[in-house]
Design a protein around this ligand. Sequence first.
Ligand code: SF4
Length: 359
Amino acid sequence: MVAQARAKDLLDWYDRHRRRLPWRALPGEISDPYALWLSEVMLQQTTVTAVIPYFENFLSRWPTVQALASAHLDDVLTQWAGLGYYARARNLHACARVISETLEGSFPDDEEALIRLPGIGSYTAAAIVAIAFDHRAVVVDGNVERVMARLHAVEDPLPQSKPRLKKLADVLTPAKRPGDYAQAVMDLGATVCTPKSPSCVLCPWQKPCAARRLGVAETLPRKLPKKAKPNRKGVCLWLTRPDGAILLRRRPEKGLLGGMMEVPSTPWGDQEWRRQDAHPHAPVTVAPSKWTSLPGLIAHTFTHFHLELHVEAASVTVRRAEAAAEKPDHYWVHLDAMGEHPLPSLMRKVVKHVVKVGY
Ligand code: SF4
């Protein structure tokens, strides 16, 4: 007879092998919902290793949800820079404000109330309820989906199989220690039931695991083939003032890199840009002969497309620089002050590139 997977076996394993993470309470301690929420928002689309320094920095700057709510959004975006998916940082700040201003600084302990807050989806709501409040909730992230797909040898591909995987996760979620259980499945997925080469011999569920028995663990969960990402191209327009300051502008609040600062550029399209077509996109009029084409390209990959940027650079007169500074959301910034502005990774690459080629 095939053994049944039991939450208890996983919890026993977790008691011996749990990871120590800065946002995780020690055995017997109570999780801080604020720290947990912060970590969960940061961990969406990002690895634990990348998140730890950001998490520690945020928590030391803003130790409470009220402190984060009182922060200036630009400071939050600046400290978030490099983590990507900047809508998360804006939602983080908006959510802190709602909790601080309307909920007396306390996180709700039920999923429905949590989902109504900015930036909290069903996964994060369930994780907060289970881990911070130890209430039963079915927490399903990519790790949990992988473990469930393997444990039950689910052959249907993601994302169609999501509802079935959630049901399977629900059946296994215990009423006792649901917070530890949620973290145990996450740890199992992160350290043992890894996407490639799962370490089945170390797994507390090796006996009941159907994928291990059938020898198909590494092939699960199946996924529909990804569409190839299109390539887009653009030209950055690097403008300097006589004292060396560089012109930056703020991107619109909505959309990609919303609210972040950028080196002005042309739109990003499918075609290679001709220099003469790119220059009129500069926020300041510059005579065609004043532009210098910088060597090299800056490559960056977003979720849905690859981008290649070329840089055109020019110096502008004091009079033109003053006119540019009067435009809304345009700022002259010195190189050594770039770190005080919310520049996304792509724009940091652009700055590094220009400094490297020595304009
Ligand atoms: Fe994953 Fe292997 Fe454990 Fe199955 S036995 S859950 S495939 S690590």
